[in-house]
Design a protein around this ligand. Structure first.
Ligand code: IPD
Ligand code: CA
Length: 273
């Protein structure tokens, strides 16, 4: 059983801490861009890179989150893993879109989610290059704060058919998995409006939320890739789902505008059989 929750465990209070930590981490990531190529290692495959900035960003996030709430747990892409006792666990991706970060392609983000008793209740995805801040709390909607613009409540698009559906997707880092994912995309492409591959799952999910694409799917994500973005998409009205009754992200993450969600899910399922 979890220890009694703290008085400040409301989603909006958790979000405020997540936003403050993400803003600091995003500043660190932005400052690190010029030297991004200097200390680069690899993880699951030669193309799965990690920079010193990923590690520094994660260390900063963990420091700020657990500094404020020492009884919480944490899970991070670069190895942070700690059981807490408060019932709250932070799921962080210090740079989602590391390959974009390395090359200077402006689509990489800091992602921070707060789970309460295993359910994501607050999430923030901060696009480092554009400064766009996507936030959501469960039941509180999804919001976009962009520099110099008023805060905007996000709502998904409403494509009228699958053939007019703009689809984002991504690919894993193992060659074998990519070969299979490529075959699926080849069969999907003639059935939809077009395909986009932005290179950050967190931003893909926020793109669904903002109506910049109509649907997104990806196989084999990790929790830190989708924890915050999936809440943003869901709170903007997307249908967020796995395949065949599985939970979203386990192992398939799908987010789609409700007008085409059922058809899109069927198609993704058919193509992965
Ligand atoms: C990756 C990105 C990418 C997705 C990969 C992820 P990383 O995360 O989200 O878009 O296709 O599956 O691993 O490595 O840049 O943090
Ligand atoms: Ca990631």
């Amino acid at each position: 059983m979890n220890a009694p929750g703290r008085a400040d465990d409301t989603p909006s209070q958790l979000l405020a801490l997540a936003v403050a930590a993400a803003r600091e981490a995003a500043d660190l990531v932005a400052r690190g861009r010029d030297g991004a190529g200097e200390h680069v290692g690899t993880k699951s495959s030669p193309v799965d890179v990690v920079t010193a900035v990923d590690a520094a960003s994660e260390a900063l996030l963990v420091d700020r989150l657990l500094g404020a709430r020492p009884d919480d747990g944490v899970l991070g892409e670069e190895g942070a893993s700690r059981e807490g006792t408060s019932g709250v666990r932070w799921v962080v991706d210090p740079i989602d879109g590391t390959v974009n970060f390395l090359y200077g392609v402006p689509a990489y983000a800091v992602s921070v989610a707060a789970e309460v008793d295993g359910v994501v209740r607050a999430g923030v995805v901060l696009d480092v290059a554009t400064g766009e801040l996507f936030t959501a709390t469960s039941g509180g909607g999804a919001w976009l704060t962009a520099p110099g613009r008023p805060e905007l409540r996000l709502a998904v698009s409403g494509p009228s058919s699958l053939e007019l559906t703009l689809v984002a997707t991504g690919f894993g880092y193992r060659a074998e998995q990519r070969a299979a994912q490529g075959q699926v995309v080849a069969r999907l492409l003639p059935r939809v409006r077009d395909i986009r591959r932005f290179g950050s799952a967190a931003l893909d999910l926020c793109a669904v939320a903002a109506g910049r694409v109509d649907a997104y799917y990806e196989l084999g994500l990790n929790p830190w890739d989708h924890a915050a973005g999936a809440l943003v998409a869901a709170e903007a009205g997307a249908v967020v789902s796995g395949l065949g009754g599985a939970a979203p992200g386990e192992p398939m993450m799908i987010a789609a505008a409700p007008t085409v969600a059922a058809e899109f899910l069927d198609l993704v399922e058919e193509l992965h059989r």
